[in-house]
Design a protein around this ligand. Structure first.
Ligand code: AMP
Ligand code: TRP
Length: 333
């Protein structure tokens, strides 16, 4: 069955191995399935919910676009564009914010995490961010949304908004309630320094993540410094969840090798950590270095990237503006 796919990634700082294994790798697989319509968006409107340096934002948008392409997305097969260049996303977001309820947004755990202790000082944009995300998804009649596990709750909110709108305006088929596509295994890649914390761009320590544009030497050094424990390599997956750092490293290896974690455990049981880390470095370098080289090459040609985004925006605009016009009619404008 053909699927309508939509997903977005924020252009804020470097993309890392978590973004690649949790999301982008899956974007590429879906693009390569027959008959899927795929739309991949650099969500720059979402990025400004926290302070950005205007001079750097433009480059980050290009860098994320370059990372999409370097990872295997094809701008001819998929629509690749940046959110702010298609005004329908903001227009739709306003209308949907009159459908969504405060109580629903108050339950969003990502807002609580990102706003921290001083909620009063968080931007209103950060609070209503999931509504803009719902607008992104619903304007394309999306059926499936590939995301990492941290976005599951936002997808549930999107479904609630779609259903409430359809019911309230008596148009049962207008919005499609999308399904999240979350990988069953390795959906959450953890920090190299703390197996209980998600690998994240906002972690102050660069040693906590492998960035997609890290050089070989940097990757090898980061894996060497990754946290382990003083026990030996596990012999099976029993109690592995009590050793989160080890579980994470075995998971990264397995995901990059496209194999089950049990196979990786068997491969390395009885060996010492330094041997495993050497193999893990080789694996990460083998898979990530070609992407990193390509990102750097693409970034030298800003015109080329800007043209991809312009073409993508035109194609996206055709779909989204049509839906927003229908939406406006339904609400009575
Ligand atoms: P973001 O950088 O927050 O815009 O995330 C882009 C995509 O990468 C989203 O689908 C996230 O769920 C996914 N993602 C981000 N960090 C991780 C991680 N540590 N593990 C798995 N997926 C992640
Ligand atoms: N909120 C997502 C994140 O931070 C990014 C995003 C914005 C998104 N709009 C989307 C993801 C639409 C999927 C679909 O990762």
């Amino acid at each position: 069955m053909s699927k309508k796919i939509f997903s977005g990634v924020q252009p804020s700082g470097n993309l890392h191995l978590g973004n690649y294994l949790g999301a982008i790798k899956n974007f590429v697989n879906l693009q390569n399935e027959k008959n899927n319509q795929c739309v991949y968006c650099v969500v720059d409107l979402h990025a400004i919910t926290v302070k950005q340096n205007p001079k750097e934002l433009k480059d980050s948008i290009r860098e994320t676009t370059a990372a999409f392409i370097a990872s295997g997305l094809d701008y001819k097969r998929s629509i690749i564009f940046n959110q702010s260049s298609v005004p329908s996303h903001s227009e739709g977001s306003w209308i949907l914010s009159c459908v969504a309820r405060m109580g629903w947004l108050n339950r969003m755990t990502q807002f609580k995490e990102k706003a921290g202790k001083d909620k009063e000082k968080a931007s209103v944009g950060l609070y209503i961010y999931p509504i803009l995300m719902a607008s992104d998804i619903l304007l394309y009649d999306t059926t499936h949304v590939p995301v990492g596990e941290d976005q599951k709750q936002h997808l549930e909110l999107t479904r609630d908004i779609a259903q409430k709108f359809n019911l309230e305006f008596n148009c049962p088929d207008f919005f499609t309630a999308p399904e999240p596509l979350i990988q069953k295994t390795f959906a959450r890649i953890m920090s190299l320094k703390d197996g209980k914390k998600k690998m994240s761009k906002s972690d102050p320590s660069d040693l906590s993540r492998v960035n997609l544009n890290d050089s070989k030497d940097v990757i090898i050094n980061k894996i060497k410094k990754a946290k382990t424990d003083d026990k030996s390599m596990p012999e099976d997956n029993k109690n592995l969840n009590k050793r989160p750092e080890i579980e994470n490293l075995l998971g990264i290896y397995s995901s990059l090798a496209d194999q089950k974690i049990e196979k990786t455990i068997n491969e390395f049981s009885g060996k010492n950590f330094s041997e495993f880390k050497t193999k893990l470095s080789e694996m990460v370098v083998e898979k990530i270095s070609p992407i990193s080289t390509e990102i750097n090459k693409l970034q030298e040609d800003k015109e080329f990237i800007d043209k991809i985004l312009r073409d993508g925006s035109e194609r996206a605009n055709e779909i989204a503006s049509k839906k927003v016009n229908e939406l406006k009619k339904i609400v009575g404008f």
